[in-house]
Ligand binder design. Sequence first.
Ligand SMILES: *Cc1c(COP(=O)(O)O)cnc(C)c1O
Length: 370
Amino acid sequence: MSDLSTAGGILTIDLDAVAANWRVLHDLAPGAACGAVVKANAYGIGAAPVGRKLYLAGCRSFFVATVDEAIALRSALPNAPDVAAIHVLDGLPAGAEELFDRHALTPILNTVAETEAWSRHATVSGGRDAVLQLDTGMNRLGLSADDVRGLAGRKDAMAGVNLRLVMSHLACADDPDAPMNAAQRDAFLDLAARFPSARRSLANSPGIFLGPDYHFDLVRPGAALYGIAVCNAAKAVVKQVIRLQGRILQVRHVDSEMTVGYGAAHRAQGARRIATVAVGYADGYSRSLSNRGHGYVGDVRVPVVGRVSMDLTTFDVTDVPENSISRGSFIDIVSDRVTPDDVARDAGTIGYEILTALGPRFHRVYKGEA
Ligand SMILES: *Cc1c(COP(=O)(O)O)cnc(C)c1O
C-alpha cells in the first residue's frame, strides 16, 4: 500500500458505517439471522477488516465466492468459541474436500455431482455441513427443479450431509414491482419443502426490502453493507462507507485555443483552470467517465474534462476559489456528495462495479477497525 504523503489517492473506509448498515438490515428482518456477503474482497472494501468488524457486531454467517477468499477470511476472523460459518458460493471444486475441512469451510452445493462428491466425503469422515443452492429462475448456479426431484427420490444421495440451509437467489429484487420476485419465492417454497429440516435463505440486500415474505431464516446482504442504495427504499437508510480523495499534481491555466488530454477530446471554453489528479482507469476510475464524471472540492462541483487516462484524470476547477486548491491538495472523487451510485450513473454502470473496481494503489485508511 502506498504512503499517505505520496499516494495518488486516499481511500477512507468507515467500518462503523458498515456495522451500522449491517445492524439496520438485521433489524429490517427481525425474524431472520443476518449474514454478510464479503466476496470480491468485500466488494473492494476489504474482506478481513469488514469480516472482523461484522463478527464483533454479531454476524456468524459469511459468504464468499471462491475457496481462496474463504481461506483468507478464515485466518482473518477471531479464533472465537462460536466459530462463524464461511460459505463458498462457487461450490465445491473437484478434489477440494480436504481444503474445506482444513479451513472449516462450508460448500454451497450447486450441482448433483458436487452433492454426490460431498456426500461421499461426509460418509467416510463422519458427517459434514452443507448448503444447497436451488435455482428458481436465475439459470446461473444451483440445482434445477429436476435435479431436486432426482435427489429427493434417492435415499443415499445426501448420506452423511447435515443440510444446514437451502438457498436461492433473486433476479429482480431491486424492482419491487417485478412479477419475477413472487414467482421465484413460490418456486423456492416448493423446492425447499423437499428439505423440511433445513433452514431457508432467499434475500440479498434488495430482497430484504421486499418485506417479511422474503426473509425466511437468513438474509444475505452484500452491497447495502457497503453503502450502495440497492433500491429506492434503501436510499433513506444506507450509510455511505467510502471516501476517495484524488491528489492534485498540477493546476494549469488553459484558454479556448487549447485542448485537454488524449484525443484532444475536450476543448476549453474561455479561460479555465484544469487540475490534474493522480487517479486513472488503472485505479478503477472508469474511462467511461471521460467528459462525464464529476468530483467535489468542498461544496463546488468539478466536472471531469477530457479523457480519463491510465493514471491521471483532469477536472475543470475554474469555479473553485484559487486559494483553496493547489498542488498536493485533493478532489473528492467519491464521497457523501458523489456516491458510488452517482459515479456509476455517470459511468453507465452500477455502484457494485465502481466499488469492486477500486484499485490497489490507494493509501487505505480504515476508521473504526475492530
Ligand atoms: C452476491 C450475492 C449476494 C449479495 O447480493 P447483494 O445484492 O450485493 O446484496 C447474495 N446472494 C448471492 C447468491 C450472491 O451471489
